[in-house]
Design a protein around this ligand. Structure first.
Ligand SMILES: Cc1cc2nc3c(=O)[nH]c(=O)nc-3n(C[C@H](O)[C@H](O)[C@H](O)COP(=O)(O)O)c2cc1C
Length: 165
């Protein structure tokens, strides 16, 4: 088990929710990344876990739902701001994000899903559990605010953090 997953977690979570991070699925031959700002890091099933929320419509979800791994790459201090903007507004279905956002997929340490070059904090994760949000069980006001007229909310991906650096 990775016992260091809480290292620098305050910075990691601040940068995640304020500036965004790259959530990547796939492998070195074919990968896609998108910007996320929601997520959590915690301890479940006696394992360190990163939980990400992904809309079914995202191209990245195609990689996550058929894959077993994902990575999270977090730039600090507003770095890669333009790339986060592009990866959070364009779809990999329509554009080549590596070219358009001027980012580079580089090999991870332990999983075949790449990370994004030049970030400050990385999590490599093995998917343990995924679940579509059942809106009948969700807070009514938030359901109205975020998912009005929709059947499912986000898909929750719980990934065991097997590397952090
Ligand atoms: C700051 C920011 C945060 C975002 N956070 C999320 C998120 O947590 N979950 C999600 O599904 N989409 C999120 N998005 C939207 C996706 O990044 C966006 O729809 C992206 O274009 C999807 O790309 P893809 O189709 O290539 O996967 C966010 C966008 C921005 C700009």
């Amino acid at each position: 088990m990775n016992n260091n997953f809480t290292r620098d977690v305050e910075n990691a979570l601040d940068n995640l929710h304020i500036n965004g991070a790259f959530l990547t699925g796939g492998d070195l031959k074919s990968a896609n990344t998108m910007t996320i700002s929601w997520g959590s890091i915690g301890f479940m099933w006696r394992k360190p876990v990163f939980m990400a929320l992904v809309r079914e419509s995202r191209y990245t979800n195609e990689f996550l739902k058929s894959g077993e791994k994902f990575t999270v790459s977090i730039p600090y201090e507003g770095e890669l701001k333009e790339a986060l903007k592009i990866c959070g507004s364009k779809s990999g279905r329509d554009v080549n994000k590596e070219e358009l956002a001027n980012i580079k997929f580089i090999p991870s340490k332990s999983v075949d899903t790449p990370v994004i070059e030049g970030c400050n904090r990385y999590y490599e994760c093995k998917i343990l559990y995924k679940n579509e949000m059942d809106l009948d069980n969700f807070d009514k006001d938030l359901a109205e605010q975020f998912y009005k007229g929709e059947k499912i909310g986000h898909i929750l991906y719980f990934g065991e953090i097997i590397e952090e650096y």
